[in-house]
Design a protein. Structure first.
Length: 157
């Protein structure tokens, strides 16, 4: 783990948005702050602000897309390091790991979204089938179509 750079880190305090960025939950510190401000991050079960100071032992719950993660803070750092070092800053709870694995399995078993499309541009196979039908079944003569109007056969009175 990198050595603390800031006197606040040495005293065991660091901003939440900075810690989330250093732990690699978000790509930029600005994104981390935005997610906290939107209420997608909770510390010890309560909504918080980006400037809240994180302490070792705090329980952080964060929403990343459809995934909800719960982690316990194990170390503090305001420096974004490599992923193996960032993983040492927190410990994910057993419930969170189980839920993440369950959601991954559901995504794996879910049908391919592209197969659910029923409209839109035809695929190459569908286009070839349409071309085949057009070549073997010429278009109907629209002048000879059937009509339900009575006045086609009898003059109106």
């Amino acid at each position: 783990m990198p050595a603390p750079q800031d006197p606040k880190e040495a005293s065991g305090r660091i901003r939440l948005d900075k810690w989330l960025w250093a732990a690699r939950f978000y790509k930029t510190r600005g994104l981390a702050g935005d997610e906290v401000a939107r209420g997608r991050v909770q510390v010890n079960g309560s909504a918080t602000k980006p400037a809240r100071e994180v302490r070792i032992g705090d329980r952080i719950e964060l929403q990343q897309g459809p995934l909800r993660r719960m982690v316990v803070v194990r170390a503090l750092s305001g420096v974004r390091g490599p992923a193996p070092v960032a993983a040492l800053l927190y410990e994910e709870t057993a419930e969170s790991v189980a839920e993440r694995q369950r959601q991954a399995e559901l995504r794996r078993l879910a049908p391919e979204p592209a197969l659910a499309q029923t409209q839109g541009r035809p695929t190459k196979r569908e286009r070839r089938t349409l071309d085949h039908w057009r070549q073997h079944d010429p278009a109907p003569d629209w002048d000879q179509r059937w009509s339900a109007r009575l006045d086609d056969h009898e003059p109106r009175r």
